[in-house]
Design a protein. Structure first.
Length: 311
């Protein structure tokens, strides 16, 4: 048969196989099977402890109930006792001050370090980034122990450098608070600085050059060019640091255990002390639940503001 008179192949005859293949990919169970371990681990490690703490917080749960079981339901009595006590509000205020001081210092110093990394030469930049990564990788307890040695009253290097041997940093509330702030900021700056530096490298160089040609100062370039572009990243880092600092526990417990005289007792330390010292597991769980609620409200508010700015 001549080619001109050959009947054309119907279009539908060529499509069923790709369509069936796409339908098979849509109904494939593999994506769900691959994320199942992460979902199960999240439920076991995060959701179950939170639910368990919530249940204990509405029960009469102390040493006797821990040993023999049989906790009784008391409703909101533990929360009522917690919220009507003066100590809780003083601890909450101290936690807010602790969080604000640390987050402001972390974000400010991290921004300066990130901008410095952008200006350094290759070798110096690699050296500084390596030092930041090393500080970030140091285990929390190991770094806390090192700071304990540094600020030791008789043999500590800080007292030797300041020529104030015999001064006990751990016996004064303000000094102890300052030592903990230095420790937490030192541990937190590397992550935030490296993250901001990664964001800075995504800004086109032409924007910086155009701003300089127009006569913009360094401050104007940051406020008019850098910050508007990286606003979502700044908001995300601030949120993460608020969460991390607010629930900070190992550093405070190892160095001061909330002392002296409660000067460094934050909400997580307060909850642990109530449960461990007083064996009030119900009241300690109530403090933990309140802490989670405060963090959740702050995080949701910040995420809503981020989404509103992007839209």
């Amino acid at each position: 048969m001549p080619a001109a008179t050959r009947a054309p192949t119907p279009p539908l005859a060529r499509t069923p196989q790709p369509a069936r293949r796409r339908a098979r990919r849509r109904t494939s169970p593999w994506p769900y099977l691959l994320i199942t371990p992460a979902v199960v681990a999240g439920v076991l490690l995060l959701l179950y402890p939170l639910i368990r703490a919530g249940v204990i917080s509405v029960q009469h749960f102390r040493m006797g109930e821990l040993v023999r079981g049989g906790a009784t339901f008391v409703g909101l009595d533990n929360y009522r006792e917690l919220l009507t006590g003066e100590e809780f509000w003083s601890v909450l205020l101290r936690t807010a001050v602790w969080t604000a001081v640390n987050v402001v210092l972390i974000v400010g110093l991290s921004t300066g370090v990130a901008l410095m990394l952008l200006r350094l030469g290759r070798r110096m930049r690699v050296a500084l980034m390596s030092a930041l990564a090393l500080a970030w990788a140091t285990p929390i307890i190991a770094a806390t122990t090192i700071f304990q040695w540094l600020f030791q009253s008789e043999l500590g290097i800080v007292n030797w450098l300041l020529d104030i041997r015999g001064y006990s940093w751990f016996a004064d509330g303000g000094a102890m608070f300052a030592v903990l702030v230095i420790l937490v900021v030192w541990q937190s700056v590397p992550f935030a600085a490296l993250t901001l530096y990664a964001g800075l490298t995504t800004i086109p160089v032409e924007l910086f050059e155009s701003a300089r040609i127009d006569g913009g100062t360094s401050r104007q370039i940051f406020t008019k060019v850098v910050f508007p572009i990286l606003r979502p990243m700044f908001a995300l880092i601030t949120s993460l640091e608020v969460i991390w600092v607010f629930k900070c526990f190992p550093q405070i417990w190892v160095l001061s255990q909330g002392g002296p005289d409660g000067a460094t007792t934050t909400l997580p330390v307060y909850a642990f002390k109530i449960a461990r010292v007083l064996h009030r597991y119900d009241l300690g769980s109530a403090v933990a639940v309140v802490t989670v609620v405060i963090l959740a409200v702050a995080l949701v508010a910040n995420l809503r503001r981020m989404l509103r700015q992007e839209s």
